[in-house]
Each structure stands twice: as structure tokens, then as C-alpha cells.
Design a binder for this molecule. Structure first.
Ligand code: PMP
Length: 419
């Protein structure tokens, strides 16, 4: 199922129009944001007329909107195997979800609010933790040693929570979250998984993996911007400071303006919620759940192989890996090109070959520093609309760059930055 079938449900591949030089602009930046599925666009168009504020409204439109919002919650929770009693809290994105959880870690009891975090993380799963009590574990050369270092840290002193990514946004490598969950639980800690990159590429089941919390973003899961979720155990969240102080989060407010807060999802969803965003995210979950089992993995495996083999066959290219023993990865490939500055390569690829990749440090500075990447790197990432010719175009473009050099002058490249 390379290309064709899986690309069919897409509204577009995120690359409308032409570049003038090539017939089709190639989008290899799914890891940043993935273009909406056709099913998502259709669903949003269908529910748009029922635009009304949720809850507390007796009118028909408000009832429809409330039902839509609450059924979206059910759908998204079920999509990732939420347990009965887990809260599915709608947030703006993964960053918002992890900040919410960070404010919810109990400061007393075992571990006394301390969080253990790896240095491979995206800043969204690093900075919310490092601003509080934390232990930052330097990632070892192998996954096995890294997991052993986590376990040693937990054995040395209890922690409340272990925060890990399911999949690196720089290298696409997958971490063994079920194993880490088992270790965390054995030492009385909980685990939160940053699923921003994992959920779009793999079926994730909270109950089966036995993880306590999962966060992810709609815009990386083929839904538009502005909706994400934090899903997980209710006890910490029910007594945590409300994420947004305001309407909907309270049980009552007295004459002095002091509130008693409600529990459950409403505690953290103060203000009028993003109903269409939630509905869009649910539509994306439904569409993905309908794909045959393993279809995403199969589609991406074939393309990633082409991409990796092609890039690795170019001597000047270094494909980034955080661990030497990692075996599982998704279609996210970070790389550098010796002798070529990443930002210039990205512009060259776009301007000369119509290939869109991302460059920079991907909000993962500690990892890139550890890998010795000082000036930034490039990242090509695949998704449902990717085709084998996309991988081939990128490989061809990089090979052309290293053999023939940039055709563009510095002035032309600088000019290409103009939006
Ligand atoms: N974690 C990872 C692994 C990511 O790749 C990203 C997005 N680049 C985030 C967290 C943050 O996601 P968002 O910007 O949607 O909050």
C-alpha cells in the first residue's frame, strides 16, 4: 500500500500548486504538522452549522454541540485505549497538555513531586519538568543502557513520575514505553508518554502499555491546529490547580469571588471550548482507526527504507540516531550534510527541487548538542500522503547537492527566505 490507497482519503497532501520547476511540491514535513484528512474536512463542514456554545444551553444547537464535544472526547479516548475512569482533557496541543500535568504532580507522598526525564526530549516534554523538582538522565549510547540508567535513578530514590517520549521527533526512534512503564511502576512512580510523534504512526493503547498519562496534538494527527489531549488517571488531576481559572471550572463562587472547583475534565477546561477542534480530532481518530491494521506501518516502512537507504548511500550524509541499538523507528529521519549548512540546504531543496523539509534544532537542543550537531540539522518526515517518489526526489536532490554543489547564489538563497 505504498502511496495510492492511503493517500486517497486526504483532502490534499499539504502541497497545493506547483513550484514552477516541478510538477508537484513534495511535503516531507509531516512531523511538524500533517495535512488534514478528507474525512476530517468533511466532518468539520458537516458540523459547522451547529455552531453553539457547549453545556448549560437548552437550545437545540447547544445540545447538538454538547453531544458532539462529549462524543469527540469518547472517540479520542477510545482511539488510544483509555481505561474506564481515565480523564480525556482537551487542550490546545501537546505542550499545553504536558504543562497541565506538570502542575498536577503531587508535591507530597512518594517521590515528593520529583520527575525523571531524559535529555532526548522535545522541549515540550522537558521544560515543564525541569522548571520543577527533577532529575535529568543523560541518554546513554544504547536504549538498553538508557533504560538501565532510568531504573538506577528510580532505585536510588523514589520519583513521582517518569516523563518519556514515545518516539523522538529528531530521529524517529521509538522507545520501549511498556518496559519503562513496568520499571516506573515497580518503583512506585507513574509514567507520562509524550505521544506527539508516536500516535500518528503507531496504534497506541494506554491500557495495554499500562501507561498512566498520554499527551498528543491534533495537528500532527491529520486534524487542524488548536486541539490536543491529556489522557490519564483522574486522582492527581481532580485535586490539581485548575488549568484555566474561569467559567465552567467551578462548582460555586461565593460573594468574595472565591471558588470551589469542580472535578473531572471540566476542572481543567475553563472557558468556552474548541468544539470544532475536538470534533476534527475525533474525525481523524475515526478515519485512522478504519484503516486496515498495520497499514500505516507498512506504508511508512517501505518509504522510510527508501529514504534511509538512499540518504545513507551518500557519503557526506549523516543520518542521526540517538541510540546504536534502536530497532523500531517511524518515518522521521534527521540528517546532516557534511560541508553544507542545514538552513541553506533546506532552502536549496525547496527552491531547486520543490522538496519541503524542516531544518534547525527541532526544539530538542540537548539531544542535538549530545550528537555534536552545532549548526542545526535537517529532518524529512513522512505520513499518509507520502509517495515513494517523494523519498526518491529528496535523495536525488541531496545527491545533486553534494556532487554538483548549490546552483543558487547566496543572494538567491537569502532572497528565498522572504515569505
Ligand atoms: N513532543 C514532540 C515529540 C513533538 O514532536 C512536538 C511537536 N514538534 C511536541 C511535543 C509539541 O507539540 P505541540 O507543538 O503541538 O504542542
Amino acid at each position: 500500500v505504498v502511496g495510492g490507497n492511503l493517500a486517497a482519503p486526504l483532502a490534499g497532501d499539504g502541497t497545493p500548486g506547483t513550484t514552477g520547476r516541478t510538477a508537484r511540491a513534495v511535503n516531507l514535513d509531516y512531523a511538524a504538522s500533517a495535512p488534514a484528512l478528507q474525512a476530517v474536512a468533511d466532518h468539520v463542514a458537516e458540523v459547522l452549522p451547529y455552531y453553539a456554545s457547549v453545556h448549560r444551553g437548552a437550545g437545540y444547537a447547544s445540545q447538538v454541540s454538547t453531544a458532539l464535544y462529549e462524543s469527540a472526547r469518547q472517540t479520542v479516548g477510545a482511539f488510544v485505549g483509555a481505561r474506564p475512569g481515565d480523564l480525556t482533557i482537551f487542550t490546545r496541543n501537546t505542550t499545553d497538555a504536558l504543562n497541565l500535568l506538570a502542575a498536577s504532580v503531587p508535591q507530597d507522598g512518594p517521590g515528593a513531586g520529583e520527575v525523571i526525564v531524559l535529555d532526548v526530549e522535545h522541549h515540550a516534554n522537558l521544560l515543564p519538568w525541569t522548571s520543577g523538582a527533577h532529575r535529568l538522565i543523560p541518554t546513554a549510547a544504547t536504549v538498553a543502557e538508557t533504560v538501565a540508567a532510568l531504573e538506577a535513578a528510580l532505585a536510588e530514590r523514589p520519583a513521582a513520575l517518569v516523563a518519556v517520549t514515545g518516539c523522538s521527533n529528531v530521529t524517529g526512534e521509538i522507545l520501549p514505553v511498556a518496559e519503562i512503564a513496568r520499571i516506573a511502576h515497580a518503583h512506585g512512580a507513574r509514567i507520562v508518554v509524550d505521544g506527539a510523534q508516536l500516535v500518528p504512526h503507531r496504534r497506541v493503547d494506554i491500557a495495554a502499555l499500562d501507561i498512566d498519562y498520554l499527551a498528543f496534538s491534533g495537528h500532527k494527527l491529520y486534524a487542524p491546529f488548536g486541539s490536543g489531549v491529556l489522557i490519564g488517571r483522574s486522582d492527581w488531576l481532580d485535586v490539581a490547580p485548575p488549568h484555566q481559572l474561569g467559567g465552567g471550572a467551578v462548582r460555586a463562587v461565593n460573594a468574595e469571588g472565591r471558588a470551589t472547583w469542580t472535578t473531572g475534565v471540566a476542572r481543567h477546561e475553563g472557558g468556552t471550548p474548541n468544539v470544532l477542534g475536538a470534533a476534527a480530532l475525533a474525525a481523524a481518530c475515526r478515519a485512522i482507526a478504519e484503516l486496515p491494521e498495520g497499514a500505516i506501518e507498512e506504508h511508512e516502512a517501505a518509504l522510510s527504507e527508501r529514504l534511509l537507504e538512499g540518504l545513507e548511500s551518500i557519503p557526506q550524509v549523516r543520518v542521526l540516531r540517538a541510540w546504536s541499538d534502536s530497532t523500531e523507528r517511524v518515518g522521521v529521519v534527521g540528517f546532516t550534510v557534511e560541508g553544507h549548512e542545514a538552513a541553506r540546504v533546506a532552502v536549496y531543496l525547496s527552491a531547486e527541487h520543490g522538496v519541503g523539509v524542516r531544518d534547525g534544532k527541532f526544539c530538542a537542543h540537548p539531544l542535538l548538542n549530545r550528537l555534536g550537531v552545532t549548526g542545526g540539522a535537517l529532518r524529512a518526515s513522512l505520513g499518509l500522503g507520502s509517495r515513494s517518489e517523494d523519498a526518491e526526489r529528496l535523495v536525488h536532490a541531496v545527491r545533486t547537492l553534494v556532487t554538483e554543489g548549490e546552483k543558487l547564489s547566496y543572494e538567491q538563497i537569502d532572497g528565498a527566505w522572504t515569505p
